[in-house]
Design a protein around this ligand. Structure first.
Ligand code: KIV
Ligand code: ZN
Length: 525
């Protein structure tokens, strides 16, 4: 037993780094709803976005700031414009934090600061970057006392230089200093040593909280984060379901449950209400369109299922034989509450509320109508059906294309043919096409109708619940100008779900380019 417990600050970056996952763009309402759920979950810091990257990002951070009681932070490169945009977005936050960063490894310096205006030799460039970091922190401090600095690619940054830059930003007023393993390159014991070594080199380190932000390129993000905590880090940056750039970030649920389940090994605790993990995970998956692998630790469908006879027998005799934590401790529902066509609006509203969705009266009318449609087609409506309905509902404002009509002709002895009618900004587009199968025919008809080339890079369909009448959920990812968009469609008819998913992805693409979001958020100045 450990005498004194130390709180680990949980910094959630689902809405920022998580949203940088390919195709995962979230609209403002979705961000607000996820932020509400993150508060319920008890995270200490919500990183809500990168305001300088687009007006939509700015708006989303503003809305999250206005509502949240947790610390809300926004990312800014180490330049005045970004910091000003971050502050503009955060100014209504009850506890605002500006998070500014700059690349510090030689690889980043060579790649991003190659121009002579940053200096000619590596030594000169390093000095320029150090000065930029200090200036950024000093400037951010003019807006708020709570300023975080990140040394991007710290995992591969020369340790002596890293210590120097950290000492300088702390002296300039940074209250949190983040050591990101941006490329997921480090090894747990190595990363732990890095943190311990900084504690011995940086004379003023006690004046700031040391944070870590680990990416998962080698599958080590959680292990690296835990090792860092053992060696002096006290804030951990992570995301729900581990989503984020490339292979993602350290998964929040895994870090939190590892700390909780193995509390015999350390004296840390978090403020996370672990029973909210499951709902949060499902909401993030629904809104981002990124499905959770079945064997994902803590929140995957199989995380608590026992298949083999030996395991099942062991579980019946004593759950501890094959279970290190109880499913209910992470909020996995033990009994399934089922709604049906006779369920009223009140029942629907309270079920949605239990799943983390706040539905106000006007919206409830719309959602209820959709619910009744589904309940008419399938007798029982499960939680997962409601989640996909809500996911669909929330994406609607961005669905610039409406599927008015779909006719499919398909069978063992006929050529699959599809006819679609789509409305878009008051115009009607109608076309037919044949294809290799009904979905292919449908996608070709959509492409013909809208005069576009095929942009589909991935397509999948699955049923949201068991049973023949289950809702079908289709996911379509498209790519244009190096940006990916995920569309999701839901229906008891999987061809219709597929058409809707494609149209939704096209709608998101249009929204993106119309709003002048010219680039995905890239790390660096
Ligand atoms: O991975 C990274 O280095 C980041 C920083 C901007 C914190 O996301
Ligand atoms: Zn990152």
């Amino acid at each position: 037993m450990w005498p004194v417990k130390e709180k680990i600050i949980v910094f959630d970056t689902t809405l920022r780094d998580g949203e940088q996952s390919p195709g995962a763009s979230l609209n403002v309402q979705e961000k607000v709803e996820i932020a509400r759920q993150l508060e319920k979950l008890g995270v200490d810091v919500i990183e809500a976005g990168f305001p300088a990257s687009s007006p939509l990002q700015l708006e989303a951070v503003k809305r999250v700031s206005a509502e949240s009681t947790a610390i809300v932070t926004a990312l800014a490169r180490a330049v005045e414009n970004d910091i000003t945009a971050a502050w503009k977005a955060l100014s209504q936050a009850k506890k605002p934090r500006i998070h500014t960063f700059i690349g510090t490894s030689d690889i980043h310096i060579a790649g991003k600061f190659g121009s002579d205006r940053y200096g000619v030799s590596l030594q000169e460039k390093r000095q320029t970057i150090l000065n930029m970091a200090v200036d950024a922190v000093t400037f951010a401090k003019t807006f708020t006392p709570d300023v975080e600095f990140s040394a991007e690619d710290a995992g591969r940054t020369d340790q002596v230089y890293l210590a120097e830059i950290i000492e300088a930003v702390i002296a300039a007023g940074a209250t949190t200093v983040n050591i990101p393993d941006t490329t997921g390159y480090t090894w747990p014991s190595e990363f732990g040593r890095k943190i311990a070594d900084l504690h011995s080199r940086v004379s003023n380190i006690a004046n700031a909280v040391i944070s870590v932000h680990c990416h998962n390129d080698l599958g080590l993000a959680v292990a690296n984060s835990l090792s860092a905590l053992e060696h002096g880090a006290r804030q951990v940056e992570c995301s729900m379901n581990g989503i984020g750039e490339r292979a993602g970030n350290a998964s929040l649920e895994e870090i939190v449950m590892a700390l909780k389940v193995r509390s015999d090994l350390h004296n840390f605790y978090t403020g996370i209400v672990t029973e909210e993990l499951y709902n949060t995970s499902r909401m993030v998956s629904t809104f981002t369109g990124i499905i959770i692998q079945p064997n994902k630790a803590i929140v995957g469908d199989n995380a608590f299922s026992h298949e083999s006879g030996i395991h099942q027998d062991g579980m019946l005799k004593n759950r501890q034989t094959y279970e290190v934590m109880k499913p209910e401790s992470v909020g996995v529902p033990q009994t399934s509450i089922v709604l049906g066509r006779h369920s009223g609006k009140h029942g629907l509203k309270s079920r949605l509320h239990a799943l983390g969705y706040d539905v106000q009266d006007q919206e409830l009318e719309v959602v209820y109508k959709r619910f009744v449609d589904v309940a008419d087609k399938k007798k029982e409506v499960f939680d997962d059906d409601l989640r996909v309905l809500m996911g669909d509902e929330r994406k609607k404002p961005q669905s610039a294309y409406e599927l008015d009509y779909l006719h499919i002709n398909s069978g063992t002895a006929s050529i699959p043919t599809a006819t679609v009618r789509i409305s878009h900004k008051g115009q009607i587009f109608e076309e037919s096409a044949i294809g290799d199968g009904p979905v292919d025919a449908c996608f070709r008809a959509i492409e013909r109708a809208l005069s576009i080339e095929s942009m589909v890079t991935s397509y999948s369909v699955r049923s949201t619940t068991a049973g023949r009448q289950a809702l079908g959920e289709a996911l379509v990812r498209i790519r244009d100008k190096n940006v990916s968009f995920n569309g999701r469609g839901v229906s008891t008819d999987i061809i219709e779900a597929s058409a809707k998913a494609y149209l939704q992805a096209l709608g998101l693409r249009q929204h993106h380019f119309e709003n002048n979001i010219t680039e995905t958020i890239e790390h660096g100045v």
